[in-house]
Ligand binder design. Structure first.
Ligand SMILES: [Zn+2]
Length: 447
């Protein structure tokens, strides 16, 4: 079957047409649209945001003659936002419809606040509507396992976007009781699901392999809000024979950042609303096309709180070339790690959550885990606590150990005597935790 072109292309053309551009979509059209929007954003930020008035004092919009020229402009960091988010506003506070508070995991500990006007929220709905049409069609029922209780929340905006495509949306919120969620999936004839990877994995592994008490018939699924381990995608596709699509985004981007097409070879980026760069995290210089680095973005259409060269802390790379769906819209490969999420080991190399995810979620029955590195004598000690399904047998402990030992950097460090693998602690419980930031705790020097 032919691969359908990403619907984000029609979305881009519609937005470019509003801005005076014309078909067909070429990189030249995309980039000239982006340059025009970048200039508008820089002018707005310098004129209306007290932060950017100072920050960009010596960087007038006229200095931008090509997209490349943006590389000379200063970055914006999460720390800048937490210091005084109100200084970023380009509108008066009564024009703000929604404030999202993000608790920072950084050293400042101060939360970040991100502001959206009604117009900014409309941009989100519009992107969601087109992005979701990759996996839903009119008449479908979608179960959204994301918070949606408050107006302007991610679930609420998604539901409003789906209504416009005549898609029925059930706003469920995070999964708490897997049995109840599975009953809804079966009873309401849910076609597609939007959720967080570990939460959906816990649903997929609620019943022992081969047991199917819930007649679930999923066509597609969108996984979001975390990096998406391949091992989880494989298990979900095996359990429900559905297609899993990846979404990339964060609140600061205006929730959505990009979504995979049917080729599922990287997320097509939201290029009409965001300009993306990948830079070397140490030097801040652009990396060669296709190489890994930190994701940096600039908003192109946001009015309330535009962000210029915002450092996301995500490590990823662009996928070079034209997608096999035929689209020239840029793609980003799945985010694997975050800066600071890679824990260096005494014997060389590093481990990260994504490395452990691929190893441990491949073990049948594993639902979630926590990992910590501490010191033991002169060596590192890796401790792993696993949550397994209640049906998982005694062999889980050994399988988890084997999986850890199959990770080359772990095996290499153990062989050098630089790493000790602590006893694997397995708790059997089907209780699903609320999604939290998943990081390896580095306790060395803190004990
Ligand atoms: Zn594509």
């Amino acid at each position: 079957m032919a691969i359908r072109r990403t619907p984000l292309e029609s979305w881009f053309l519609k937005k470019a047409a509003d801005a005076g551009g014309a078909e067909p979509l070429t990189r030249t059209l995309i980039e000239s649209y982006q340059l025009q929007k970048l200039k508008e954003t820089l002018a707005l930020a310098r004129a209306a945001s007290p932060f950017y008035r100072r920050h960009l004092e010596n960087f007038p919009a006229e200095q931008l003659r090509s997209l490349k020229d943006l590389q000379a402009f200063p970055f914006t960091t999460a720390g800048d936002i937490s210091k005084n988010p109100l200084l970023f506003l380009c509108v008066s506070q009564d024009q703000i419809n929604r404030v999202v508070t993000i608790n920072s995991s950084g050293t400042t500990g101060r939360p970040k606040r991100v502001f959206f006007t009604g117009g900014d929220q409309e941009l989100i709905r519009d992107f969601f509507r087109y992005g979701m049409s990759t996996l839903v069609e009119p008449g479908d029922t979608v179960l959204v396992l994301l918070p949606g209780g408050r107006p302007g929340s991610v679930g609420a905006l998604l539901a409003e976007a789906l209504e416009r495509s005549q898609v029925r949306c059930i706003l469920h919120g995070f999964v708490r009781d897997p049995r109840e969620t599975l009953q809804i999936m079966a009873g309401q004839k849910v076609d597609s699901l939007v959720g967080v990877p570990t939460q959906v994995l816990a649903l997929a592994r609620y019943e022992a392999p081969g047991k199917k008490s819930f007649p679930v018939r999923l066509k597609n699924m969108l996984l979001t809000t975390d990096h998406v381990p391949r091992a989880i995608v494989n298990e979900i596709e095996r359990t429900w024979y559905c297609r899993v699509y990846n979404h990339y985004g964060m609140t600061e981007m205006g929730l959505g950042g990009g979504v995979e097409c049917e080729a599922r070879d990287g997320c097509h980026l939201r290029e009409a609303d965001l300009y993306f760069e990948i830079v070397d995290p140490a030097t801040g210089e652009a990396v060669p096309e296709g190489e890994e680095g930190e994701v940096v973005f600039t908003t192109l259409t946001r009015q309330g709180m535009p962000l210029i060269r915002y450092r996301t802390g995500d490590i990823a790379r662009f996928v070079p070339g034209t997608c096999s769906c035929g689209s020239l819209l840029k793609r980003i490969a799945p985010v694997r790690d975050r800066i600071g999420g890679r824990v260096p080991l005494a014997g060389g190399g590093f481990i990260s959550m994504s490395v452990l995810d691929e190893a441990l979620f491949a073990v049948k029955g594993v639902i979630d885990f926590q990992a910590a590195v501490s010191s033991a004598g002169g060596a590192d000690l890796l401790t792993v606590k696993v949550q397994a399904a209640v049906w998982a047998g005694e062999e889980v402990n050994d399988l988890v150990r084997e999986a850890l030992l199959s990770v080359p950097v772990i095996a290499g460090n153990i062989a050098k005597g630089a790493l000790i693998l602590g006893p694997v602690d397995v708790e059997r419980s089907q209780k699903i935790r609320a999604p939290a930031k998943r990081i390896i705790q580095d306790l060395r020097g803190k004990e």
